[in-house]
Design a protein around this ligand. Structure first.
Ligand code: SAH
Ligand code: F3S
Length: 477
């Protein structure tokens, strides 16, 4: 299984820290759960609150304000957050002045219910309302609960410079779209993050320029569905058809944006996530092939290898169309690595349909995979119209089967690097040994090698001598 997507799983729920701003006296403790988008949103929140006199702390006991940026994607993600709220509650008994706020997808999904259910919560703020935090905090200070869960048509936080949290100083996330219009029947995201909108190219380029001036070497362009990026002067993706002719003809799509970013920053490595099979087109692949500095890695969630399941999921493509896309990627960029998201036990999934997922895995042989058992989410089309009828034991057995196949392929791909020299961007010390560097190659494979006179942020050539199930082992050449 892939150990890393665009987010380090170990960052989940860690206290997030940034440099102190002089003159700030209040203390913010902030944790983030879920996707890279959420982590990037926490950086936007920290930036807004830094202007309000808050520095971050890793000690919850000394915090004036505790914020948790939450995830609703599976039931387990919500349970984790509820447990954290119990912990905050215990701390609040010692420090009654401390305020607690819930941000992100759970805030959006549960809204004011949070204030009733979880008595310790003072503040509930949805993903499009972070600009309102200063006002909401004033409300809270004067003893009232504060809620803003309004979803926006325009908000992209394009002009807010995120302060980087727990950063390695080398790689950073840059959001390019918000929300999702796809309405996959199992998915809560369209309800918690609203309609899809894109950020102005100018502000994206400006943010990457700042990052490059601060010596960052890698950016990951982020969105729930990056291939659907479309800038036509602002507004929702779904309103594009209503835009003026000139706005339509001068619109910028994802392939053009990628091209602009790659041209403007030849020394920066560019990644992007997440791609959606229905929206990814060959222009994007050709743009990747054209630019040395766009990494040869595509995360392409598929969820199932069966056309009938894909149909029930409201994914807008068949198994055959997906395979055609994969074949094209492999043809245009032969050394491109690929990863998937896969879900087992969706409503009505038969044993034959499950076998089709296994056979798709065997066909594509992904480098990495992120696999989940279906978890019904309240309010989604699947929850309303379909029966969650696959017993948990069956979901888990199928999940174990696909994980086993994926592990085999992940190892196979790493083994292909043994005996070769790869270019690694050094991200920091290896977790296991301070005498070793850790970094990744273009295909997102993690490599570890003995330290010499290199520094964090250097690109170095490493000869791969061996590998474990998740890591390449080598030496610098
Ligand atoms: N386009 C998004 C997808 C977000 S959700 C992106 O940026 O990655 C990430 C993954 O979680 C999905 O691809 C899917 O495999 C899984 N997922 C989503 N809803 C789920 C549910 N109800 N139960 C289990 N897994 C789910
Ligand atoms: Fe969810 Fe499908 Fe969008 S998985 S985030 S509705 S592409």
């Amino acid at each position: 299984m892939g150990s890393e997507k665009v987010i380090d799983e170990k960052n989940q729920g860690q206290a997030l820290l940034t440099e102190e701003k002089k003159g700030n006296s209040k203390k913010l403790y902030i944790e983030s759960y879920g996707c890279a988008m959420n982590l990037n949103d926490s950086e936007i929140v920290a930036s807004i609150l830094s202007e309000q006199g808050y520095n971050t702390t890793h000690l919850i006991e000394e915090a004036d304000l505790v914020l948790v940026n939450t995830c609703s994607i599976r039931e387990k993600a919500e349970q984790t957050v509820r447990k954290r709220l119990e912990k905050y509650n215990a701390v609040k008994k010692i420090n009654p002045k401390m305020k607690v706020g819930v941000l992100g997808c759970m805030a959006e999904r549960l809204k004011a219910k949070f204030l009733e259910e979880e008595k310790i919560v003072d503040l509930v703020v949805g993903p499009d309302a972070y600009r309102d935090l200063p006002n909401l905090l004033e409300e809270v200070q004067s003893g009232r609960d504060a809620v803003n869960v309004i979803l926006s048509k325009e908000e992209t936080y394009g002009d807010v410079s995120p302060v980087r949290l727990n950063s390695n100083g080398v790689s950073a996330f840059v959001s390019i779209t918000r929300g999702c219009d796809n309405m996959c029947t199992f998915c809560v995201v369209p309800f918690t993050r609203g309609r899809e909108r894109s950020r102005e190219p100018k502000s994206i380029l400006e943010e990457i320029k700042q990052l490059s001036e601060q010596n960052y070497k890698e950016v990951t362009l982020l969105g729930q569905n990056v291939d659907s990026y479309l800038w036509y002067g602002g507004g929702l993706k779904k309103d594009f058809k209503k835009a003026s002719e000139i706005a339509q003809t001068t619109a910028v799509g994802f392939a053009e944006l990628l091209d602009m970013v790659a041209d403007a920053f030849p020394k920066i490595r560019i990644r992007f996530s997440t791609s959606n099979p229905q929206d990814m087109n060959l222009n994007v692949i050709h743009t990747m092939a054209k630019h040395e500095n766009i990494c040869n890695y595509v995360h392409l969630p598929v969820q199932s290898g069966s056309t009938s399941v894909l149909k029930r999921m409201n994914r807008q493509h068949t198994r055959e169309e997906y395979i055609e896309l994969i074949d094209n990627i492999k043809k245009i960029i032969p050394d491109c690595s690929l990863s998937q998201d896969m879900m087992t036990g969706f409503c009505g999934e038969t044993e034959e349909e499950h076998q089709e997922t296994l056979s798709l895995l065997e066909y594509v042989k992904y480098d990495y995979g992120f696999m989940f058992a279906y978890s019904e989410r309240p309010g989604t089309p699947a929850a309303k119209n379909m029966e969650d009828d696959i017993p948990l034991a069956v979901k888990k057995r199928r999940l174990a089967e696909i994980i086993l196949v994926q592990q085999k392929h992940s190892l196979y791909h790493l083994e292909q690097f043994v005996g070769k020299t790869v270019e690694i961007l050094i991200e920091g010390s290896s977790k296991k040994s301070d005498a070793h560097w850790k970094g990744r190659n273009s295909q997102n494979a993690v490599a570890v090698f003995p330290k010499g006179d290199e520094q964090i942020g250097d690109f170095v050539n490493v000869y791969i001598e061996d590998c474990t199930s998740a890591t390449l082992l080598g030496k610098r050449v």
